[in-house]
Design a protein around this ligand. Structure first.
Ligand code: FAD
Length: 322
């Protein structure tokens, strides 16, 4: 499980997966087991139980302090070989995308990558894993009927973080894996902090997104100003990304990222189905568009018909004066 800041330092997706796992386990009459890997991470077990785990398996080892493919694969495979889980979910983060296929290959099973939907077939009880296929043109639902465990990496932001229940009780089990330094082929010599701050739009509570209607790269400075006064971050539609106005890792939508912020402000975005797929679960949507009939207006909680170059500066001034 990836650890970074969220609740007591988990990536949101870890908790989102617990919520979905809970739903699926209830349908299968099974239990939800969270696997926590790292070094001196035992303080985090309660958060997992409060968010839906029946049991936490803790693999605490100095050689798991930093992520390496070899050590994490070895730990999860040894655990899976002993416990024989029916299903393994991993967040489709950079780490999860590296780890998932390696684990699946070692366990000689399949993996459905980057899932955006998960369910159970009522008759066969197999896991139904849905993901965009053929460049996002169709949604494919994939089953793994003959091999166990059924494995998927799951896109961050597609499921809700379940509400924490602080009264929930669960077990914590330690699992020891003998990981030697020699097991790890890649040696970490030094960790250098990126000069550019890494922004993950799936973790943001407030997003100001721009589309083709912004017109040029400079226009995104205005959106950044609005995002800054609100304490949010800037994202964009594919049209804005393809025009080179904003980085690809800020793209919202079917072939970008799925986001569910508390507030999503869409500026000059028409609301094509592929864009809506990535943001329509946001808690509160504000759309600013010259065209009152643009599809984005029908999913907006607040639709502002007007030129974003007039509306956004007024919004910034109002917020500053507030
Ligand atoms: P447009 O559709 O051109 O809309 C621009 C909007 O700006 C218009 O509604 C216009 O009225 C408004 N406007 C113009 N000037 C102003 C102004 N001054 N003030 C206010 N409003 C103004 N798209 C994504 O976003 N994300 C994806 O992940 C994605 N994946 C895709 C996958 C596939 C397989 C395909 C086929 C397409 C995908 N697309 C995706 C593209 C998608 O279909 C749309 O083309 C794209 O979302 C359009 O971006 P847009 O809304 O910024 O631009």
């Amino acid at each position: 499980m990836d650890t970074k800041r969220y609740a007591l330092s988990f990536l949101k997706v870890s908790l989102e997966l617990l919520g979905k796992a809970r739903e699926i386990a209830d349908k299968l009459d099974g239990e939800v087991v969270a696997v926590l890997l790292g070094y001196e991470v035992d303080k985090l077990t309660d958060t997992l139980i409060h968010h839906g785990a029946d049991r936490v398996i803790l693999i605490d080892n100095i050689n798991l302090k930093h992520y390496t493919t070899d050590a994490y694969t070895k730990a999860i495979c040894e655990l899976a070989n002993e416990k024989k889980p029916e299903i393994i979910f991993i967040g489709a983060t950079y780490i999860g995308r590296d780890l998932g296929p390696r684990v699946a290959a070692r366990l000689k099973t399949g993996l459905t990558a980057d899932c955006t939907g998960l369910d159970v077939d009522d008759e066969t009880k197999n896991l139904l894993m849905t993901r965009p296929a053929f460049g996002g043109n169709i949604m494919a639902t994939i089953e793994c009927p003959n091999h166990r465990p059924q494995m998927s990496t799951v896109r961050p932001g597609v499921f809700n973080v379940p509400c924490a229940d602080y009264a929930r009780k669960g077990e914590v089990e330690r699992f020891n894996v003998d990981i030697k330094e020699d097991d790890i082929k890649v040696k970490i010599e030094e960790i250098v902090k990126s000069m550019k701050e890494k922004i993950d739009i799936t973790e943001a509570d407030i997003i100001v997104a721009g589309g083709r209607g912004v017109g040029n790269k400079e226009g995104f400075n205005l959106l950044k100003e609005l995002a800054d006064v609100l304490g949010g971050i800037v994202a964009g539609s594919r049209a804005a990304v393809d025009s080179g106005w904003i980085e690809k890792d800020r793209q919202v939508g079917q072939t970008g990222k799925t986001v569910r912020p508390k507030l999503y402000i869409a500026c000059g975005i028409s609301g094509a189905i592929q864009h809506l797929a990535g943001m329509q679960e946001s808690e509160y949507i504000v759309a600013i568009n010259k065209d009152g009939d643009a599809p984005i207006m029908s999913v907006a909680d607040l639709a502002i018909v007007g030129d974003l170059y007039k509306v956004v500066p007024e919004l910034i001034n109002e917020i500053k004066a507030y």
